[in-house]
Design a protein around this ligand. Structure first.
Ligand code: HEM
Length: 343
């Protein structure tokens, strides 16, 4: 289908909206009425037509506006994009992966023409038509990772693999759920996951790392993660906590359905060919509770998940104070029916 791109904002007046289409394809993350951390990873081998899993890099109606928001975040804070010197090759790998995937998956929107090292990249939605020399940084306006991730929805952590561990040595991070690339740069898998409650003791991270170290080229993997965000904010970074933290106190019983959003991350993992780095795209999808409850089984299930979520997780995810108000709202949509496992 042809995508109708929205003209919307993720700050100030918050004109972000999901169309009916976007609501129907929202990646609702709960397959049962309760939630606990687990090593919830599977092969990323596509998905039903029209779903967010279908393509390697999903493009949706928010594309142009998200890229505009990213450019604004970078203009205010260039440290949201960093690449240690040894990661440039991985940046080229990533540029190639995204350009090849998008031009194959969305030929009406993106074109890649290659003649030896001379590449022409056409991005129709953003009005870009650039010719450059593959592997020659001076032929692009930014480094390769920054160039392509300014044109791709979602955050990107690019991990170097050495000493049986993964190291966050590069990234583009402007739509994160309260963590900082500038703080985490150079850290390994266990170090950047240190603040997460319960999961270390459960052995989740040891098993997850083992899985990731073995991800092979051409066999990407994926998982979902989620949290809650007041207002459709993409940039919930620690750097800007002073701007968005206060907004959590502005939730009222009257506005909770409109302002409270479920934030779901589609996280994928791709092995890169020349550098052997692992790239971790984190694609954020937001949905207002009032839109979510239009799917009755989602409203019912989210009520139960939020109600029974361990306090440590509700605190870590940052909505412990608003949980009673969210539950009051969601309880109207829980008719007590038994649900069966599955989405
Ligand atoms: C949270 C990065 C893979 C499970 C986080 C955080 C970061 C992160 C930066 C936030 C930590 C903080 O509070 O500062 C990454 C990167 C990965 C990766 C770069 C790829 C290499 C995984 C995998 C799992 C996982 C494979 C599988 C179980 C979690 C969990 C949380 C978390 C459970 C807490 C999230 C929440 O409750 O909202 N991750 N992660 N991560 N990560 Fe990962």
């Amino acid at each position: 289908m042809t995508i109708q791109f929205n003209d919307e904002t993720f700050r100030d007046d918050y004109t972000f909206r999901n169309s009916e289409w976007a609501i129907r394809r929202f990646p609702f993350p709960f397959h049962e009425d309760s939630y606990m951390y687990s090593v919830n990873m599977e092969r990323h081998r596509g998905g039903p037509e029209g779903s967010v899993y279908e393509k390697r890099f999903d493009v949706d109606e928010h594309y142009i506006s998200e890229m505009r928001d990213r450019a604004q975040v970078l203009a205010d804070d260039p440290l949201r994009c960093q690449s240690l010197p040894h990661m440039t090759l991985a940046g080229w790998d990533l540029l190639e992966l995204i350009m090849v995937s998008k031009s194959e998956d969305y030929p009406d929107l993106f074109e890649l023409h290659r003649d030896g090292a001379t590449w022409r990249w056409v991005n129709k939605p953003l009005g870009i038509d650039d010719t450059f020399t593959f592997m020659d940084e001076s032929s692009l306006p930014y480094g390769p990772m920054e160039y392509i991730t300014r044109q791709t929805q979602g955050d990107f952590a690019v991990l170097d693999q050495r000493e049986n561990n993964l190291w966050m040595d590069a990234g583009m991070v402007t739509t994160q759920a309260d963590w900082s690339l500038d703080f985490d740069i150079g850290m390994n898998f266990f170090e950047w996951h240190a603040p997460v409650p319960m999961a270390h003791e459960m052995g989740v991270f040891k098993r997850a790392l083992k899985f990731l170290l073995n991800v092979q080229q051409g066999s990407p993997a994926r998982r979902l993660n989620w949290t809650m965000t007041v207002n459709p904010l993409l940039d919930t970074s620690p750097e800007n906590y002073h701007k968005w933290g206060i907004q959590k106190t502005m939730l009222t019983p009257e506005n909770v359905g409109r302002k409270q959003h479920l934030r779901v991350e589609l996280q994928t993992f791709f092995r890169l060919p020349r550098s052997n780095a692992l790239v971790f795209p984190i694609r954020c999808y937001l949905i207002a509770l009032e839109d979510l409850v239009t799917v009755p089984k989602w409203g019912r299930r989210l009520h139960r998940v939020i109600r029974d979520l361990p306090e440590e997780l509700a605190t870590y995810k940052g909505f412990i104070d608003n949980r009673p108000m969210i539950l009051d709202y969601l309880s109207q949509y829980d008719d007590g029916q038994t649900t069966s496992p599955g989405i």
